[in-house]
Design a protein around this ligand. Structure first.
Ligand SMILES: N[C@@H](CCC(=O)N[C@@H](CS)C(=O)NCC(=O)O)C(=O)O
Length: 212
């Protein structure tokens, strides 16, 4: 199987998962939105977004689905399959609408939008993103002051997913330090090589710089 990726947050997350579970995949850099590339990738993912997991005759897209597949194939419980699975899905679901969404909004406005010349940062969107971040971080601060990871029984995909948009925070400037337990949790993630440096040894061109 091939895992198609770029350095952007969702494909980064998928590569980190592959590293964490020791997935047997061939890593392949892709740029479906580059001029002339769309038709090559559309049969694999009609949305053209990365990551994509591809194999002869089939493909899978959306990071969560790919994480599930990689974890299962590797015989790992990183994506929980037992009694803890509903709780893990709770965090994925809540995160997507709340903390992760807030991080993504700010990351887009201060990072992606400028990298790809999609217009100027919208202060109202930053404000809304920071508001969602703060509300989510307050809830997570309470949870993570009581345990090391989101699930009682240890590290899981929920932790990686919750942190999707935290790498590159020098540009996004989310006020993580205002939430000490959350910051400690993120430091624990950064201590994992799979999270800290997923692109080690891979052909992974740097993202365009953020101007200014
Ligand atoms: N909901 C999708 C979002 C995927 C997505 O937004 N991918 C972005 C990067 S974060 C992308 O493909 N950007 C173009 C690129 O990286 O070349 C998922 O979870 O996989």
């Amino acid at each position: 199987m091939r895992l198609l990726y770029s350095r952007n947050p969702n494909p980064r997350l998928a590569v980190a998962v592959a590293r964490q579970v020791g997935a047997e995949v061939a890593f392949e850099f892709a740029a479906p939105f580059a001029p002339g590339q769309a038709e090559r990738y559309r049969p694999l993912n009609p949305t053209l977004f990365l990551p994509i997991l591809a194999w002869p005759g089939g493909s899978l897209w959306e990071t969560d689905a790919i994480a599930c597949r990689l974890s299962r194939d590797a015989g790992s419980d990183f994506w929980r399959s037992g009694d803890a699975e509903p709780r893990m899905i709770q965090w994925l679901s809540w995160g997507k609408e709340n903390f992760v969404r807030g991080c993504e909004m700010v990351q887009y406005e201060r990072g992606t939008r400028l990298r790809y010349a999609q217009g100027a940062t919208d202060p109202a969107k930053v404000e809304e993103g920071l508001r969602r971040f703060a509300a989510g971080a307050t809830l997570l601060e309470d949870q993570l002051s009581r345990r090391d990871w989101l699930l009682d029984d240890g590290l899981s995909y929920a932790d990686f997913r919750m942190a999707t948009f935290l790498p590159g925070n020098d540009i996004t400037r989310l006020p993580l330090a205002d939430y000490p337990a959350l910051l400690r949790w993120y430091r624990r993630l950064e201590a994992l090589e799979a999270w800290r440096d997923p692109f080690r040894g891979l052909d992974a061109p740097e993202l365009p710089p953020v101007p200014g």
